[in-house]
Design a protein around this ligand. Structure first.
Ligand code: SAM
Length: 473
């Protein structure tokens, strides 16, 4: 029985409820009256439930689809302005005891190079990342209680935060590691992590069991209930995601929104972010053997429908996607992108030799961070290296309050400008700096409060003169 507030995976992600939702969406995908009513509701910017959103995703009326895209663009602008938050993944270890059929880290893969970073190697990776200009990381690791126990992850987090190289600093460490216990989530919270990210991979239980045939990740309920345990452990910024390409995208989309509704209904705070990874080729993984791949068009529609369904939830797209695809989905709702990512273990400090292969998957966007930042600004976006919210204790519902109180223009926007300025002064090429400085001058005018604008101006001057940095509201 479907129960949004239940703590049992199979009740808040109820299979029958998803099937009913998909039938309802099919029955109404050409019903203009129903679709109009849902679009009108979405215009109120309070979001949509999984049933309503599924109708829009299924909608076949071209004119209505264009309205959906337009609304997604408008909501994106209203909630996030032109800011795009930057981050990079950092792979700690690819030792893994699971048997995931889509991931080259699976236990039976004997020809992948297994690596686990020492604290000294982490230091080198972090310096390489700081020297590009990164301030925010997402830690990645395979699941292996022997090689990568929680103590190892906690030690890595401590090392990362401690490294100060020139003006560099990693100011926010998000963590994307396997589902774990309440006690371990508490330890991660105490270590000062930002968001705990865990992709569901697929919400379809039967497929999940086949795709994860062996290892602790085989336990569908333990994996699906991970965010509940994370919340119980005090982590109130959690990031959801499914790996598109594993099962039918409409099923995954409904499941993803039901998961978001469950968190909101149970803990009063929805997911902080939603990621939209798509399956990629990798060492011994050939995506042609998976039959549920989605086109760029469907991918864009998924992003637009998520955007209008959960306006307060940030949306992340990685370098799995090409420059062209990223450009399209940035407009429709993405608020965070990675840049210059390496999915190999140790790959930032030491690019891998040909015979080594510790990568998790092939990245599509291989540009440098400077190129990505410049490209974003040329498209009119404001790249932001801001990490202020969680450092100021604005997590969970306190972050949501900031969004709802319309203070974003007086808070996030200035923080974006000041952190972009740091990037321009410390790491950018001359041509990027030139475009960036022009952009900052133009964007300063958008700060509503005269007083805040004056403070930001002073801070920006201090950054330029080298007399101060790390300012934040
Ligand atoms: N081991 C952890 C877990 O169980 O969630 C950490 C996550 S893993 C390092 C990061 C994510 O990469 C996975 O959750 C999965 O969605 C994604 N991934 C795995 N194989 C992939 C592939 N071939 N293409 C694209 N993404 C993949």
């Amino acid at each position: 029985m479907y129960d949004v507030k239940s703590k049992k995976a199979e009740e808040f992600i109820d299979h029958e409820e998803i099937l009913d939702t998909l039938s309802y969406a099919d029955a109404n995908k050409n019903n203009e009256e129903v679709i109009n009513a849902i679009i009108e509701k979405a215009k109120k910017r309070k979001g949509l439930n999984h049933r309503e959103a599924s109708v829009l995703l299924a909608c076949e009326l071209e004119e209505k689809n264009q309205e959906i895209y337009k609304l997604a663009e408008q909501i994106k602008l209203d909630f996030y302005g032109n800011r795009i938050v930057m981050f990079a993944p950092l792979y700690l270890s690819n030792y893994c005891v699971n048997g995931c059929t889509y991931c080259p880290y699976h236990l039976k893969n004997k020809h992948i190079t297994r690596k686990k970073l020492t604290q000294e190697e982490i230091k080198n990776e972090v310096i390489a990342l700081q020297d590009m200009g990164h301030k925010r990381l997402a830690l990645e690791a395979g699941e292996d209680p022997m090689h990568n126990p929680m103590e190892y992850i906690l030690e890595c987090i401590q090392t990362i935060y401690s490294i100060k190289h020139k003006n560099g600093a990693i100011r926010r460490v998000n963590v994307n590691i396997a589902a774990t216990t309440v006690e371990n989530y508490r330890k991660l919270k105490e270590a000062g992590i930002g968001t705990y990210i865990l992709f569901q991979e697929t919400y379809h239980k039967e497929s999940y069991l086949t795709l994860h045939p062996t290892g602790p990740k085989h336990d569908y309920c333990y994996h699906t209930e991970a965010m509940d345990r994370a919340m119980e452990g005090g982590i109130d910024d959690v990031g959801l995601g499914v790996l598109f390409g594993l099962d039918k995208y409409r099923y995954e989309f409904a499941g993803l929104l039901m998961h978001a509704e469950h968190l909101e209904a149970t803990y009063g705070v929805g997911p902080h972010t939603i990621s939209v990874p798509r399956l990629r080729n990798a060492d011994d993984i050939d995506i042609r053997t998976f039959t549920n791949g989605i086109s760029d068009e469907i991918f864009a529609k998924i992003v637009a429908c998520i955007r209008i369904s959960v306006p307060y939830t940030g949306m992340i797209v990685s370098t799995r996607e090409s420059k062209e695809c990223r450009e399209k989905v940035l407009r429709l709702g993405i608020s965070q992108v990675s840049g210059a990512s390496k999915t190999s273990v140790g790959g930032y400090a030491h690019p891998e030799e040909e015979e080594e292969n510790s990568e998790q998957f092939d990245v599509s966007d291989k540009r440098t961070l400077d190129e990505v930042v410049k490209w974003l600004m040329e498209l009119g976006y404001l790249p932001s290296f801001c990490t202020a919210c969680y450092r100021e204790g604005r997590t969970g519902d306190r972050f949501m309050e900031l969004c709802k109180s319309q203070q974003i223009q007086n808070c996030c926007h200035p923080n974006a400008l000041m952190t972009l300025k740091e990037f321009l002064v410390d790491y950018a090429s001359n041509s990027t700096k030139k475009i960036g400085d022009q952009m900052i001058e133009k964007e300063l005018a958008k700060i509503p409060s005269e007083k805040v604008r004056q403070i930001v101006l002073e801070h920006i001057e201090a950054i330029e003169n080298g007399t101060g940095n790390d300012f934040r509201f």
